[in-house]
Design a protein. Structure first.
Length: 435
């Protein structure tokens, strides 16, 4: 991923130097296990750890790979140059390249998941703070983009909190599922390496042994992992879309923080655009784009092919780096989002009480009017608001068919905003608990 949309901690996971360091740890722990089993001399296993503090020369490994056309062999050759040929002669014994590559990839994904989990936790904290801040800030709810009934800005934040809390659970599940390793040798039969080596390596590296691998770790695990990331990305876009709508000039119920000296347009000095939220929509598309390739990686030929390899070299770093950046950016947007409560009320009253139509409909049915007739009575008065700019309550009070069923006091009562917020506390307890 380009530096513009990257954060250092996540990028570091995918650096070649990190990858080679993980490969080295896999190989070294495997040597320890084999030495403990008496398969290789103890002194050889100990000698491999001479490279523990060494800096692997990425350029040198690339140089070797240019000749061998094989990355793991190039790494092992370079390791031999560091620790000596005799010490290195038992390294990788009974193993295959996928033992190293797949176990390493899953380590990288678990580390990436740990960062993403922290990112979501930070976002949840921001959403919770804003939810309680605007718990009773009344705004109009919309369906199909059209005014529906009153809600609160706090409920909007709470809704996003609940969604992100589900995503936190998804990420934890995805991390748990991807945290497996395999040191099972060619075609996964352990013919040339003891299963206890796999158990030792996985224990040292914080993984679980893959119950059954072929020559690769099954890719359904990875498909589930990248699918979970895609759901998180879609939730990011869900929030971003709301911010973009709120910042529309004719809505302007909220907007991204606009810092001193910031410019909105190269041509129009008055512009204040929702650029961060639009950026998040674009980044979400990139993360979701990894799902189909990840799903297609599940079906490999027999015990192994490498059709998945080129895909994962791209989507592993790109999706995790992008999602990390997007989550951090969304947290920043939520933290600094400017809310305009007065504008929310202004927008809600723009259609002169029209949004209270359901309460009147229900009151008429409870007063004995059939639902069909009640709907017609309410709708004919509502259309006058849409088409003529009339006041909804006034029209109802002047409609003899309505007043035949409801008294003026009963009609007035149906325009009480408090009716629509009376269960906010209940919803908040469901989302946030008793806090």
């Amino acid at each position: 991923m380009i530096p513009r949309y990257s954060r250092p901690e996540m990028v570091q996971i995918w650096e070649p130097a990190t990858r080679f360091r993980i490969w080295y740890e896999i190989e070294s722990h495997a040597c320890d296990a084999m030495a403990d089993l008496g398969v290789i001399p103890q002194e050889n296993a100990k000698a491999v750890w001479k490279a523990k503090d060494a800096e692997f020369d990425v350029a040198r490994i690339d140089e070797i790979e240019a000749v061998t056309k094989h990355d793991v062999i190039a790494f092992l050759t370079h390791l031999s140059e560091i620790v000596g040929a005799d010490a290195a002669r038992f390294v990788h014994q009974g193993m295959t390249s996928s033992d190293v590559l797949d176990t390493c990839f899953n380590i990288q994904l678990t580390r990436a998941a740990d960062i993403l989990i922290k990112d979501v936790e930070a976002l949840l904290a921001a959403l919770k703070r804003r939810a309680f801040e605007h718990k009773m800030t009344v705004r109009i709810g919309r369906s199909h983009g059209i005014h529906a009934e009153p809600t609160t800005m706090g409920l909007t934040f709470a809704r996003f909190y609940a969604e992100m809390d589900r995503n936190l659970a998804r990420l934890r599940t995805a991390r748990d599922e991807i945290a497996t390793g395999a040191i099972s040798g060619a075609v996964g039969t352990f013919a040339n390496i003891d299963p206890r080596v796999e158990e030792h390596v996985c224990a040292k590296l914080g993984l679980k042994p893959e119950p059954i691998s072929t020559q690769v770790i099954p890719r359904d695990r990875h498909a589930a992992f990248f699918s979970a990331l895609a759901v998180v990305a879609s939730s990011i876009e869900n929030v971003a879309i709301e911010v973009r709508h709120m910042q529309r000039t004719e809505v302007l119920e909220g907007e991204e923080f606009f810092s001193k000296g910031q410019k909105g347009s190269s041509a129009m000095p008055h512009k204040r655009n929702p650029v961060l939220s639009e950026n998040l929509t674009g980044l979400a598309r990139l993360v979701r784009a990894a799902v189909i390739p990840a799903l297609e990686n599940v079906a490999l030929w027999h015990e192994r092919d490498i059709s998945h390899s080129s895909v994962e070299r791209n989507i592993g770093p790109d999706t995790t780096v992008t999602l990390d950046f997007a989550l951090a950016r969304l947290t920043q947007v939520i933290d600094k989002l400017v809310i305009y409560p007065d504008r929310m009320l202004e927008n809600m009253h723009r259609f002169r009480g029209l949004v209270m139509s359901q309460r009147v409909l229900l009151a008429l049915t409870q007063a004995g009017v059939s639902r069909e007739d009640a709907y017609s009575l309410v709708q004919r008065n509502a259309m006058k608001v849409w088409e003529q700019g009339c006041d909804f309550k006034t029209e109802l009070l002047n409609d003899p068919d309505v007043t035949a069923a409801l008294s003026p006091k009963e009609i007035e009562e149906k325009f009480d905003l408090g009716y629509h917020t009376r269960h906010v506390d209940t919803i908040f307890k469901r989302v946030f608990g008793e806090s």
